[in-house]
Write a new protein. Structure first.
Length: 464
């Protein structure tokens, strides 16, 4: 049976009743985090540019452009909000997909739910299902897919968006299978563009493409249901012979749901997730030892080589580039004991004190983390002090990296308030948070987006 057909059957069989209390909890976590970072990302230049360029972005429609008081068509909202959701590189992660699971799904799904009048309950189930699909396919291709240079957030995320939108629209199995086949030809995104505006564009593009694939299939557009397995299909083209394992895709299907285990990793820092373990290690040292830049002679940071390919950036050339520079992120962690949004504003990456600290940071693969090994989420930082002492800190994975070490809800709420507060007053931030907490009970998703809407006359620069 073709993979597209099997996926379609499983999507048809899934219902809200298949979700445990844990799944609903993690879905709310994902919605809280997505909403906050999307509102924050709406203030970024990438969001403004996409809004300006998308043909018909000013076309009235049912779907909110986050960070504004404007509404447009679902397809336009998906690419605009999807780009905003990833613009700060602050959105959630997942160990299975090797990227960001929620941002590819929710922009299209929420935009579609606004058009159809879908309930919070049905939308949440579709989100969880989309999460399961994209991570299931990821199990069949990783980590060769990741190391080859594909951006799995986008190349897997397009299938999460497709699944979620197909479920919410209630299309039949034949249409769903065709939508997946169309989406195979719309999958894209290479890691060469990390550190530029094109990385968040990957997310907007794949979210829109998933919805687009479903809409096209629903209208009778055709595609090859064998588009994954074909000799010139997804597996062979994106991975190559001997590097993919389709049998793994359904090994643990919904047992447990991937949103439950390994669950969602909530970012504490607005930078590439591969920098987070060394940043955690440095902050631990700063807090425990009272380190200051003046005390430090040399810093050695060691991570899995998979992580260093895109984070060893000794001379970042832009704020986005700095988000992928482990040297810059470690410098800020040492200087401030934290890494926060203002560290990536405008010319902050050129700060002379930060640049001086960066010169002392030396990057290398960790000897205990071979390229072929599974231990790829940790890092070690060694600091040589001016007085000759050497301090060391090793972490197995970043804080908040899923169900084993979840970010406390008070910290998630604080992150949400900080991000949403960039465009909304405090009372509306609180009202929006309450809507997400009660998302399943919403009669329509429009109740949620109405709370996210910026009041007329107070739209952010994203809409200017």
């Amino acid at each position: 049976m073709a993979l597209t057909v099997e996926l379609a059957k499983r999507i048809a069989a899934f219902s809200h009743d298949d979700m445990t209390d844990e799944a609903r909890h993690w879905a709310r976590v994902g919605l809280i985090d997505y909403t906050g970072v999307t509102l924050a990302g709406a203030t970024e230049p990438s969001g403004r540019i996409v809004t300006a360029v998308v043909d018909g972005a000013d076309q009235p429609g049912p779907s909110l452009i986050f960070g504004t008081d404007k509404r447009t068509t679902p397809l336009n909202a998906a690419i605009i909000n999807g780009t905003a959701s990833h613009a700060q590189d602050f959105d959630d992660c997942n160990n299975t997909i090797g990227g960001h699971p929620s941002a590819p799904i929710l922009p299209a799904l929420i935009a579609l739910a606004e058009k159809t009048g879908a309930s919070g309950r049905d939308t949440m189930a579709a989100y969880v299902l989309g999460f399961e699909v994209e991570t299931a396919i990821a199990r069949g291709v990783h980590f060769h897919h990741y190391e080859k240079g594909w951006h799995p957030t986008a190349t897997m995320g397009v299938f999460g968006s497709t699944a979620a939108c197909a479920k919410l629209l209630g299309v039949d199995e034949e249409t769903t299978a065709t939508a997946f086949a169309i989406a195979v030809s719309l999958a894209s995104g290479v890691k060469a563009n990390f550190g530029t505006m094109t990385k968040p564009l990957h997310v907007g593009h794949c979210s829109r493409n998933g919805l687009f694939a479903v809409m096209m299939a629903k209208e009778g557009f055709t595609a090859n249901h064998g588009a994954f397995e074909h000799s010139q299909g997804f597996f062979e083209v994106f991975n190559g012979a001997g590097t993919y394992h389709p049998e793994k895709i359904f090994e643990t299907w919904c047992d447990p749901l991937d949103i439950v285990e390994p669950a969602i990793a909530v970012k504490q820092y607005p930078c590439c997730g591969s920098t987070h373990p060394p940043v955690d290690a440095m902050i631990n040292l700063v807090e425990r030892e009272g380190l200051t830049p003046e005390m430090v002679k040399r810093i050695d940071t060691m991570s899995h080589p998979r992580r260093l390919k895109h984070t060893d950036r000794a001379d970042p050339q832009s704020p986005l580039d700095a988000k992928f520079s482990v040297q810059y992120c470690l410098a800020r962690a040492l200087m401030h004991g934290k890494v926060v949004l203002p560290h990536f504003d405008d010319t902050a990456y050129l700060d002379k004190d930060a640049r001086e600290v960066m010169k002392r940071v030396h990057v290398s693969p960790h000897p205990d983390m071979p390229a072929s090994g599974d231990n790829h989420l940790g890092a070690e930082v060694r600091v040589e002090l001016m007085d000759g002492r050497v301090l060391s800190e090793r972490v197995a994975q970043a804080r908040g990296r899923g169900a084993a070490d979840p970010l406390p809800m008070d910290k998630l709420k604080a992150k949400f308030e900080s991000c949403a507060g960039l465009v909304l007053p405090a009372d509306r931030v609180a009202a929006l948070y309450a809507k997400i907490e009660g998302f399943e009970a919403l009669k329509t998703v429009r109740e949620y987006t109405a709370s996210a809407e910026v009041l007329a006359g107070k739209a952010t620069a994203a809409a200017e």
